[in-house]
Design a protein around this ligand. Structure first.
Ligand code: COA
Length: 157
């Protein structure tokens, strides 16, 4: 379990946990709002398949108290940079502070890996204003690069 001791605005304790035999169905069923489907897949199940087929990415369940409320994944690039991806908070659980707590928790953990000093990168669709606001407020800044039509931003923790 990855735990920075953060809470959402409902007071729930937000942690990141491995996807396991108990929680995988809940993670697979995580769904964004319909209007967000231009930016992310309709179900987090897509990310679970990707991470099962990938040597790079690892999926995590976003859990509030004991309820699965989202998905996020992380990976390490050839240059040692850490990547965060696949962030989806279930539609019914959005705007409660879970997404912010999840990203802060993963960033804290990635920043401490392997002695630290690696940039943390992610990308988002140019029209995804909520994601842009969230990442900017946490200190992520554009690298100038685009990847698959998305803006790449990075944080030097
Ligand atoms: C983006 C997302 C992960 C945010 O998760 P969340 O739990 O709803 O976010 P939080 O309640 O923690 O809000 C964090 C910040 O996001 C931004 N934000 C969230 N909803 C927003 C909205 N409707 N409009 C503008 N900004 C918004 C704000 O900057 C907010 O800051 P605040 O803490 O000052 O309110 C969530 O909306 C989501 O799952 N969207 C669909 C998938 C997606 O776009 N993922 C990112 C792909 S890179």
């Amino acid at each position: 379990m990855i735990d920075s001791g953060l809470r959402d605005r409902a007071g729930r304790h937000v942690t990141l946990r491995p996807v396991d035999d108990q929680n995988w169905r809940g993670v697979a069923d995580v769904a964004p709002r319909d209007d967000q489907r231009t930016w992310v897949p309709a179900l987090a199940a897509r990310y679970l398949v990707l991470t099962m087929r990938s040597d790079v990415w690892t999926s995590l369940a976003v859990v509030a108290d004991e309820t699965v409320v989202g998905h996020v994944m992380w990976g390490v690039d050839d240059d040692g940079s850490r990547w965060l991806g696949g962030l989806v908070i279930d539609a019914a659980e959005q705007d409660l502070g879970v997404g912010r707590a999840a990203v802060r928790t993963l960033v804290d953990w990635l920043a401490g890996q392997d002695g630290g000093g690696h940039p943390i990168r992610l990308s988002y669709h140019p029209d995804n204003a909520p994601a842009a606001a969230l990442y900017r407020s946490l200190g992520f800044r554009p690298t100038g690069a685009m990847e698959d039509g998305e803006i790449v931003v990075e944080l030097h923790p």
